[in-house]
Design a protein around this ligand. Structure first.
Ligand code: UT7
Length: 358
């Protein structure tokens, strides 16, 4: 008797891109003349240093680097779709993904941004998985890239020490749930009543730039940290439980728990609530801070966090919107690669008009 094996998306390449400048807590404090100290930052967040993109390096440059690394890690496979998760696009319009696809030499493949703030990578992974399962694409490239230094006020002590810049990416292909790298289940959710807790108030259609801004600092990123903290713990825990149920996994079968790298205390709390042993929790918040959508793929790509192919891995995130997302993944059987930010000149002019068909 022939059995039909369910198709799903399988990770076939993993890449990362970090801007080289390392900025420790003392340097962040000095840069913004912050009324805080390195011990407060380390003790309340777990962060000791982060990367800052130098002037001239954008989210697109990091995304191209991470995307190129993921393609090389997959042995040079060619994607048929590019999804870019970011809340720091190069421009408010258009999306950054089409230019990234162009700079990766991918011709005219479909490309679009996914805007779900810190949950963005898992949102994009879930969407790409659905498209693979539905047969709409075969090899989507999912990139998450952020340049929070572009939107954070360096003199705001509640955000400046927390955020860093970077990008991670995975290439997917069609496969089956019992092979290494399989996306076994996903869970997505949102609650727009939390909209104001993580926001850039000005510059959008609600407060257009031709009108006076609602506040002098309205173009900067704002976060009500304490409120976000409580929601993040509750939502990541519940979403993790939902995706474990959907995958048919128990929490004690998970060998790698990777939460969005927002705050070490949040990660500890979610891990404790789920009953996942500390030895099975992985992250890099101490070295990279909170890189928003990029934080989970940056852990997947971290050479210090590599696991045995096929081990059960639980990914979960919470972010602005509010949004949250989780994925049950088996650890990929690939070697992650890293690339420098792309230094090629980004597009500045409109392309010439294509020739008319005869
Ligand atoms: O990535 C998207 C999701 N983001 C998150 O999940 C982040 C969630 N939030 C957090 O990680 C934490 O809330 C923060 C790290 C942002 C803040 O830590 P906290 O322990 O929640 O501090 P708090 O906001 O409750 O503030 C405690 C006190 C306040 O003073 P008062 O009101 O008690 O007098 C703050 O003004 O600490 C003060 N504070 C600081 N003090 C020294 C806030 N930031 C600082 C600072 N240095 N950098």
């Amino acid at each position: 008797m022939q059995t039909t094996r369910t198709t799903t998306a399988v990770v076939s390449g993993v890449g990362s891109c970090l801007p080289p400048p390392v900025v420790d807590n003392e340097a962040v404090i000095a840069r913004g003349a912050l009324l805080t100290d390195a011990d407060w930052i380390r003790g309340r967040t777990g962060i000791e240093r982060r990367r800052h993109a130098p002037p001239g390096t954008s989210t697109g440059d990091l995304a191209v680097g991470a995307g190129r690394a993921a393609l090389a890690s997959a042995g040079g496979a060619r994607p048929d779709l590019v999804l870019l998760a970011t809340s720091t696009p190069d421009h408010p319009c258009p999306a950054t993904a089409p230019e990234v696809a162009h700079r990766l030499g991918l011709g005219t493949v479909a490309a679009f941004d996914v805007s779900a703030v810190c949950s963005g990578f898992l949102y994009a992974l879930a969407v790409a998985t659905g498209l693979v399962r539905g047969g709409m694409c075969a090899t989507p490239l999912v990139i998450a890239a952020e340049t929070y230094t572009a939107i954070v006020d360096p003199s705001d002590r509640t955000t400046a020490p927390i955020f860093g810049d970077g990008a991670g990416a995975v290439l997917l292909r069609s496969g089956v749930p019992d092979e290494p790298g399989a996306v076994v289940a996903t869970d997505l959710g949102a609650d727009g009543s939390g909209r104001a807790a993580i926001t850039i108030p000005g510059g959008g259609a609600r407060h257009p730039r031709h009108l006076p801004p609602p506040a002098p600092d309205a173009h900067f990123f704002h976060m009500e940290g304490r409120a976000v903290y409580a929601h993040a713990v509750r939502r990541m825990t519940r979403s993790s439980e939902a995706v474990l149920r959907r995958a048919g996994w128990t929490a004690d079968s998970v060998r790698a728990f990777i939460g969005h790298q927002a705050n070490q205390r949040i990660l500890d709390s979610v891990g404790d609530r789920l009953g996942i042993a500390p030895a099975h929790r992985f992250g890099n918040i101490r070295e990279l801070g909170n890189t928003a959508a990029a934080s989970i793929p940056l852990v997947l790509a971290d050479p210090a966090v590599q696991r045995a192919p096929g081990e059960r891995c639980l990914l979960t995130a919470f972010g602005g919107g509010f949004t949250w997302a989780s994925a049950a993944l088996t650890w990929p059987g690939v070697s992650p690669l890293a690339e420098e930010p792309d230094a090629a000149t980004p597009l500045r002019t409109a392309p010439s008009v294509p020739p008319r068909p005869l």
